[in-house]
Design a protein around this ligand. Structure first.
Ligand code: VGL
Ligand code: ZN
Length: 181
């Protein structure tokens, strides 16, 4: 049973430069995330990848009054992963309900059950965007009783201020920030 899981958050084409909702320099962390995937896989950890997986008419899109341009629509190139995942990675699709936003990989999914069933105690989190889906996923992981580590050299925020604020909040709420691993 793997004690540990790596959760790779939303490393998808639309969140990279040139995509529909780009995180500035989001592509710069791709090599680092790939290294972590390899390293965690080698030590027998569970690899989880969350993906934003919106229906065409999702409530978070501007045309429905939401804050975001259309992004990560199910089965489109923009929703594809940009990192190398092993075949046995657990893929968690989130925000699939047209009328509900869900930033956290735990919200409206069976991620907590899967992790508990597999005996996971510690989760390590990387990916984008720090102040949205990474933040929400890390805080929910704490609420579910996991020991939570953030891999700081493998995350990227939309703004620097947003990222700093999110890091402070995560730290306050029990997330351990690792500069590198
Ligand atoms: C995200 C904005 C909208 C994220 C997803 O993955 O952080 N941000 N949808
Ligand atoms: Zn989204």
């Amino acid at each position: 049973m793997p004690e540990e899981a790596l959760i790779v958050v939303d490393m998808q084409r639309d969140f990279m430069p040139g995509g529909a909702l780009p995180v500035p320099d989001g592509d710069k962390i791709i090599p680092r995330v790939n290294e972590y995937i390899k390293k965690f896989k080698e030590k027998g950890a569970l690899i989880v990848a969350t993906r934003d997986w919106h229906p065409e008419n999702h409530i978070s899109f501007k045309e429905r009054g939401g804050p975001w341009p259309k992004h990560c629509v199910q089965n489109t190139p923009g929703a594809e992963f940009v990192v190398d995942l092993p075949e046995d990675a657990v893929i968690i699709s989130k925000a699939t309900d047209p009328d509900k936003e869900a930033y956290s990989g735990f919200e409206g999914t069976n991620l907590a059950e899967i992790l508990k069933e597999k005996g996971v105690k510690k989760v390590y989190i990387c990916g984008v965007a720090t102040e949205y889906c990474v933040r929400a996923t890390a805080l929910d992981a704490v609420k579910h009783g996991f020991e939570v580590y953030l891999l700081k050299d493998a995350i990227k925020g939309i703004t620097l201020e947003g990222e700093e604020k999110a890091l402070r909040e995560m730290k306050e709420k029990g997330v351990k920030i690792l500069e590198s691993l």
